[in-house]
Design a protein around this ligand. Structure first.
Ligand SMILES: NC(=O)c1ccc[n+]([C@@H]2O[C@H](COP(=O)([O-])OP(=O)(O)OC[C@H]3O[C@@H](n4cnc5c(N)ncnc54)[C@H](O)[C@@H]3O)[C@@H](O)[C@H]2O)c1
Length: 402
């Protein structure tokens, strides 16, 4: 096999299954590997080190293999500076741009390894005056110098945190109905730990939170200052306000689950009431809105973002219908997050997962196990799924936080 490269990786390679993945990748790409050196970390904290020669039949497969290995934290040994190329037109990258992962990344510039800021997946890396940032394609400007190719880049995938075995459910991927009590207890511990670390707890929620009676639980978490931002869509706002003003959610009485006569008008009446007030905040200030998730947010000064969608009624005046602006508003609130609770919204959970670096923990609560799997499969491997009714989950979680 004529095309060869020596690569190396360091970290908790064995118990985080990284080494196994590295070997699998070589085989998947039709290549061969030869371990040149391997030293195993002998204590909890000591990393293992692997040096591997890989060989393949064709030059193009070597490039593809190196790209796949890079995502696993396995980079070519000949550390030269990352190659930079200038952006010639706004929003247009050179064809061979490097596309980021959501893992900690370093680029070599001026013979120094520089940590990339604003880490997220599917971004380009802009380098300026010895500093590096992730930038989305649409944010690239003419004259920016971005990383191209695969040289001079190091990716550090998240490894199993050995000190975090108390949160065993985080290692299990998706927990079933039977483990809800445990999942709630451990989520509560994560919330407390995140607050102690002075990081943000961000809630991403869908309207099903209202339909399933989760308003009380989430409101109490906001009131208790356990939540530092709420990211959602138009529907949560509409149904939360409908529930507060008329006691229904999509016309169904929350008290007894029966359809209210002419209740189908209620969500439009809710939107109308907010338009009359001017905004959700004005509806609270004027006394029109006196309870609910958004009411608690306004009272506690907790920011909320409502992102628009094609399904929206109204939408509420607070709903951001420019999708780029809505993504920016989500990203701004996610800065400094340590824990994100995704509650019953496939759309908003996946969108949020795409924006987060891999070291921010995500607990994804949904009745459908496929949703947590989808969030993880899209590259957000740190997400753990709790398969249960979100109303019940919120009720238990708010009790656990008292
Ligand atoms: N009237 C409106 O304006 C209106 C109405 C509905 C949706 N929308 C908008 O459409 C977009 C998508 O809506 P979405 O996020 O609700 O849809 P979605 O399909 O992305 O997510 C809904 C999720 O809720 C889960 N779910 C259902 N019952 C559950 C339960 N009991 N417990 C836990 N999880 C449960 C489903 O499995 C699904 O994953 C949003 O932007 C929303 O604001 C607008």
């Amino acid at each position: 096999m004529p095309f060869q490269e020596v690569v190396e990786a360091e970290g908790h390679l064995i118990d985080s299954h990284i080494m196994e993945n590295i070997f699998d990748k070589v085989v998947e790409h039709g290549g061969r590997f030869e371990v040149e050196q391997f030293s195993i970390g002998r204590t909890n904290s000591e990393p293992s080190h692997l040096r591997l020669k890989v060989s393949v039949e064709e030059e193009s497969s070597l490039e593809r293999l190196l790209e796949a290995l890079l995502e696993l934290g396995c980079a070519p040994v000949d550390a030269t500076d990352a190659v930079l190329r200038e952006v010639e037109r706004d929003r247009c990258a050179p064809e061979d741009f490097y596309s980021s992962t959501n893992h900690h990344t370093f680029v070599r510039n001026g013979n120094k390894w520089v940590e990339v800021a604003d880490q997220r997946m599917d971004a380009m890396i802009v380098v300026r005056e010895g500093q590096a940032w992730c930038r989305r394609l649409r944010d690239l400007r003419r004259g920016d110098r971005i990383v191209v190719g695969l040289r001079g880049i190091r990716v550090v995938p998240e490894s199993k945190e050995r000190g975090r075995l108390a949160f065993a459910f985080m290692a299990n991927g998706i927990s079933s109905e039977r483990q809800v009590d445990t999942a709630v207890r451990q989520t509560a511990a994560l919330v407390r730990q995140t607050v102690e670390q002075k990081l943000k707890v961000v809630v991403v929620a869908g309207p099903v939170v209202v339909h399933t009676g989760g308003v009380k639980g989430l409101s109490s978490l906001v009131r208790g200052r356990w939540v530092h931002a709420v990211l959602s869509g138009n529907a949560l706002g509409v149904h939360d306000i409908e529930a507060s003003l008329f006691g229904t959610s999509l016309g169904v009485r929350l008290s007894d689950g029966r359809q209210e006569e002419h209740g189908h008008r209620n969500h439009m009446r809710a939107i109308n009431a907010v338009y009359r007030a001017g905004s959700v905040t004005e509806a609270v200030r004027s006394g029109r809105l006196q309870s609910g998730i958004l009411y608690e947010c306004v009272q506690a000064g907790v920011p909320f973002v409502l992102a628009g969608s094609l399904r929206d009624d109204g939408p509420l005046p607070d709903t951001i219908t420019d999708m780029n602006a809505a993504q920016d508003a989500y990203a701004a609130e996610l800065k400094g997050a340590g824990l994100v609770l995704c509650l019953g919204s496939m759309l908003h959970s996946i969108a949020t997962g795409n924006m987060l670096p891999s070291w921010v923990r995500i607990v994804c609560v949904d009745i459908n196990p496929a949703v947590a799997t989808k969030v993880s499969d899209r590259g957000t491997g740190q997400a753990v799924g709790v398969v249960t009714d979100v109303g019940l989950f919120l009720q238990l979680l708010s009790k656990a936080m008292v």
